[in-house]
Each structure stands twice: as C-alpha cells, then as structure tokens.
Design a protein around this ligand. Sequence first.
Ligand code: FAD
Length: 410
Amino acid sequence: MRAELMTSYDVVIVGTGHGGAQAAIALREQGFEGSIAMVGRDRLPPYERPPLSKEYLAGEKPFERLLIRPERYWVDKQVKLLLNLEVVAIEADARVVILQSGQQIRYSNLIWSAGGRSRKLSCAGADLAGVYAVRDKFDVDRILADLNAGASRVVVIGGGYIGLEAAAVLTKLGCKVILLEALDRVLARVAGETLSRFFEDEHRKHGVDLRTNASVERLEGDGSRIVGVRLKGGELLPCDMAIVGIGISPSVEVLADAGSAVSNGVEVDRYCRTSLPHVYAIGDCAAYANSFANGAIVRLESVQNAAGMATTVAKVLCGKGEPYTATPWFWSSQYDLKLQTVGLSIGHDAAVIRGVPASRCFSVIYLKNGRIIALDSVNASKDYVQGRKLVETRAEIPAEILADKELPLW
Ligand code: FAD
C-alpha cells in the first residue's frame, strides 16, 4: 500500500485511556489552542478501567457512566477522536506516526499513552474459549455473556488487585470461585504480608477457594472451550471459565523501534520526555526515577499516575513545565472493603499495624530506616488522609505512636 500523508496536528496523543484522555483535557484546561488528535485502538470513546473489575462486572454501573467525558465534550473541545486505529510505527525525525492502514499523521508533539496489554499464560490452552483477561469493556462483556449463559464455576488465575476484585464480584454474583496465586501470598508485589493475609482470609470467609503456591500446568479444553485448569502436581480444577489477571506488558515496542530508550517501560525524565525529540510518554507504559522509590526507575499502573503525568506534559507543552513529583496513590474495593494506598511500600524494612485487622478497619504503615514511606488503609479513610502527609514528608514517628489508634497520625 502506498503511504499517504493524511493530516497533521499540533499534538497527537496515542492511546485513548486514562492518560490520553487526561492529556487532552489538561491541554485545553491550560489554554492550549492548537489542534489535538487522539488515536486509539479502542472502538469506544475514552472510558474508565477501574470499574471494569468492580461495578461494571457487578452490573451496578452501566457503560455510559464509565465514560471519562460525555462524547459531546470531545467535539466541543475540538479534540479529534481517531478510534479503532492502531499506530504501528513512528518516524521521529519526520515527526510522523504511521497507522496499520499505512496512513500517516504528522505531529508537532507526540504523547505516547499506550498503556499495556494483559499478559497471557504461556501454557497450553491459553487461547481456549472461556479464558478471559479483564482489560477492556469487551473482555467484561464476554464474561457477563458467559455468566448469563449459565457459567458458574470460575478459576481466577493471579492474586493481584484485578484477580481479587473479580473474585469478590463473581462470588457475590453466586459463582463458585477458585483463586490461584503462584507465589506464597496474594498482592506480594505491592503490599506487605499483613495486608496479603487479611485479604486472603476475607476471600476465604466469603467462600473463595483461595490457593497460594499454586502453579498452572495447562488449561484443559473440550476441543475449543475450557473445561478445567490442570495444576502442576496433577490436580484438575473443573471450571466453566478462567479469568487471567497476571499483570500487563507495557506497550513500548513502537517507541523502542523508533529508537526511544526502553527498559521496563519507556524511559522518561521528570517532564515525561522520552529520549526522542518532541515525544513524551505517560501512564502505565512509562518508567521514571521515582523519589518515592528512593530514585529507582519504576513503572506505576494507576489512574493517579496516568492522570498526573498527563497534566505534567500538558503544562510543559503550554510553557508552564514543572517536574512530575506527585505522591503515588491507589485504591481497590473488594466486598465491603475499601483499600486506599499512598506511597510505595517496595523496599520497606518495617511495618506497623494500626488497629486490629479482625475489626476490618485498620492500616499498615511501612517504614524504611525509621521513616514512613507508605500506608495501606482498609476502611480507614482518616488514616489515609492523615498518613498521606507523613508519607510526603517521610516523617519519623515512634512505632508505638503510629500503632495507637487513639492518637491522630497528623
Ligand atoms: P490505558 O488506560 O490502558 O490506555 C491505553 C490505550 O492505548 C488503550 O486504549 C489502548 O487500546 C491504546 N493503545 C495501545 N497501543 C496502541 C497503539 N499502538 N495504537 C493505538 N492505540 C493504542 N487503577 C487505579 O488507580 N485504581 C483501580 O482501582 C484500578 N483498577 C483497575 C481495574 C482494571 C480492570 C484495570 C484494567 C485497570 C485498573 N487500574 C486501576 C489501572 C488503571 O486503569 C491504569 O493504570 C490506567 O488505565 C492507565 O492509563 P493509560 O492511559 O496509561 O493506559
């Protein structure tokens, strides 16, 4: 196919997720008057992902309420939505993105906000019908269609937030859920042991057959559709559906091919600039030296991070640049439990429990070298709000004071 020059925009945003949408919104809020196009693989206008494993799966929130902005907003703000299109290459010198169709779009500045793809199991049976990720609306619609058709035995593979949230909703919907975690505890990548054990207990109390140190050998099918999960060791867990929540691979290949520095994500500086001129990267796909991780290069997967980086780029492009230094925060909901996290607990050397986990209202405060670096609060919003300041100032407070629920944190 002969490549043709399609059109050009002052800012081209690749990805119509949280980061991409917020970049466009923030540009207009900052007074940017140039032309903006958002190019996205998705067929739908920008929508929120967190409810997919929560209220949308539970049938408590219709899709219209997931939209980040009403469709009219993008028209009114003159943000061109180019949907159902995949960017396959970038020519950084010519400042052009190339679509799968061969069409090209010229940019003055490019914001790469392409998120990540759900990781697939590498074992046999991973492509069987009835095996789902939870990354976009269509994944959840397929799960809901199976449930409506009578599926009720579900194996959830992966004890991260998405797997745990899906397990909680499916249990509430009446499914028989088995949750498999390969490590010796759930949430091992993101939280301390107290929180992991607390959520494991909660899921078991709600009827989930939660198994740690459980490795999948293969998925068994009847020719086309999954009928069970075979564990290493031989046990077969019969099921009607499997949900795989084993993390994402950041969408970085196109930028790497264009010559951008890539490690665990697209490497960016404090202004979200990649190593390519006029190309920025934000959100789940971007990695940067994070002061909340002691300067280590990390990639964060949260709405806060995508939105915060988006706003940073918008300000840079409007000549009001300031470095991205926002405090990381995150939330999750499972059953009637609201988890709120601030800071990054990676590398903590001590943890103080504030309150009693059995009361289902408590916090875990993480310390490194005596300083507070992160806090997880469960149904304890006050601790979260007060603890935020302690994380931001890396406060040094004796453990017995932190542990005393009668004393305010700040
Ligand atoms: P995304 O929102 O993933 O958007 C990336 C977009 O880029 C996608 O639309 C993709 O189709 C598109 N794209 C990729 N490659 C290309 C290409 N080559 N060409 C064109 N388009 C492309 N975070 C929280 O803080 N709290 C939560 O409770 C929470 N729950 C979650 C629940 C679920 C089920 C999921 C999936 C995520 C959850 N997250 C949560 C994480 C949060 O949604 C992500 O961190 C956030 O969406 C990241 O935004 P992003 O713009 O970087 O990527």
